[in-house]
Design a protein around this ligand. Structure first.
Ligand code: ZN
Length: 223
């Protein structure tokens, strides 16, 4: 600190004030703040898979809070145990779904044996096999590609992905904060109900598609 301020000559006749260095004349404005953030973003280019994943997230018909959750997940800003521990929080690092792996986003949403079972169940229901590999965003691109092979639109495929992720997160929180026991069938049921409610929002035939019909023919009703 001494070195930092050694070369600063204080102005004798002026009071101290906070100065926004990005615009010394007008001071802080929203546009100069945006420009500063934008230039920072350009210095840290976003991976292509992350960019595509974020675009898919905003295009889905899931609720806004789920989109915000999806964004945090894709850019690795969720308070998963590994992140909390790296910030000095003293907690058990194990994943509550399998009680074995270390809980980071990739494990929780994709690589955990429990999560893999759920993805397999959902993909089989939709009519294809799944092998999610790579990061969370890369896994989503694999998922969208496989969904499109059975006739599910890109937007709906992204919607299914973020709905399942949201359900994983809510379920994980129920286990940690409310003492719920992990149940595969319970989680799959929750996911199907959410998909029926959320991914039919843009479907004009919503009133004709009850939950029973949706479960029998999910691909036809996802579009
Ligand atoms: Zn696990």
């Amino acid at each position: 600190m001494r070195l930092l301020i050694a070369g600063v000559i204080p102005l004798a006749n002026e009071a101290d004030r906070i100065l926004w260095l990005k615009d010394k004349v007008k001071g802080y404005t929203t546009s100069s703040g945006y420009s500063a953030l934008f230039s920072l973003r350009q210095q840290q280019p976003v991976e292509d898979s992350v960019r595509q994943c974020l675009l898919a997230c905003w295009k889905t018909t899931v609720p806004q809070r789920t989109k915000a959750f999806g964004w945090r997940c894709v850019v690795d800003r969720l308070p998963v145990k590994k992140s909390l521990i790296s910030r000095g929080v003293n907690i058990d690092s194990r994943c509550v779904l399998c009680q074995v792996g270390e809980e980071d986003a990739c494990h929780l949403f994709k690589d955990c044996v429990f999560s893999k079972l759920v993805w397999t169940e959902i993909s089989t229901w939709l009519g294809f096999g799944v092998d999610l590999h790579g990061s969370v965003s890369e896994g989503m691109l694999v998922w969208v590609r496989d969904c499109r092979k059975v006739g599910i639109s890109k937007d709906s495929a992204g919607g299914v992905w973020f709905t399942v992720m949201w359900c994983f997160w809510r379920y994980r929180n129920e286990i940690i904060f409310n003492g719920k026991s992990p149940s595969f069938s319970d989680l799959v049921w929750n996911i199907k109900i959410k998909l029926w409610k959320w991914l039919n929002l843009g479907n004009i035939y919503l009133s004709k598609c009850n939950f029973y019909d949706f479960c029998k023919n999910p691909v036809g009703n996802l579009g």
